[in-house]
Design a protein. Structure first.
Length: 239
């Protein structure tokens, strides 16, 4: 079977960038997390991620407002998803389409009628989601971080659902890191990495969508930087 990401992994700078980022994450999780890892730290990581993802989706709430339960509707949706998403990690390994549909069902529950929850907008959107599922089931030898970045970009640029596509895409990215053992306790905050580099995040997503192989390459290189920033945003680092 052809590896769908072999061509991307072999492009200039990609393999080394992801190796360096993974090493940094591993060191952070090992050295800082050795005696400090608790469910409370995971919950804090998820809350920070929910806030960052909501801001990227248009929320104006501060992290303190979100922590106090006083965020706006977009933030409330992101927090609701963060509270249940890690339970989907096993499903992502075996039935990724169902897992992605569940992410959307949870996050959009307050915004859409039931018949639109978890369902792609049209046939083209359904095809794009099947492509993401095939990638996640492919057994690719690409770094797990790169798989997460590509799955994220595919969903974000396809916008397959009627709402909340960005939040779903970023949640999927985090979930891939959990399910593939990069960050089993979900202490990295990739959403915060994207928010910290918001202009680059948005421009590289456009490049991924419109720029052909060069755009995909640019997104891949950006992704390694964003994951490194997400590691620095971990509550293991910042307290």
């Amino acid at each position: 079977m052809t590896d769908p990401l072999a061509w991307l992994t072999d492009l200039e700078g990609v393999r080394s960038a992801y190796a360096g980022t993974r090493d940094g994450i591993d060191v952070m999780l090992r050295d800082r997390g050795l005696r400090r890892t608790t469910p409370e730290l995971t919950a804090e990581s998820l809350l920070r991620g929910a806030h960052a993802s909501a801001v990227l989706e248009g929320s104006s709430s501060t992290v303190d407002q979100v922590r106090a339960g006083e965020g706006d509707a977009v933030a409330a949706d992101a927090v609701r998803l963060s509270a249940s998403m890690l339970a989907l990690a096993p499903l992502l390994k075996t039935a990724p389409l169902q897992a992605i549909a569940r992410l959307h069902t949870v996050v959009a529950a307050s915004a859409l009628p039931a018949e639109q929850l978890g369902r792609p907008r049209d046939a083209a959107s359904a095809d794009r989601l099947r492509g993401v599922a095939e990638l996640l089931l492919s057994g690719t030898s690409a770094p797990a971080l790169l798989v997460a970045a590509v799955a994220h970009a595919d969903v974000a640029t396809a916008a397959p659902f009627a709402s909340h596509n960005g939040i779903v895409a970023r949640a999927l990215e985090r979930l891939v890191l959990v399910s593939r053992g990069v960050d089993a306790k979900s202490l990295v905050v990739p959403e915060a990495g994207h928010l910290a580099h918001r202009a680059a995040y948005e421009s590289n997503l456009r490049a991924y969508s419109e720029g052909g192989p060069r755009g995909v390459h640019a997104w891949a290189l950006y992704g390694a930087e964003a994951f490194a920033a997400g590691a620095e945003a971990s509550p293991l680092v910042t307290g």
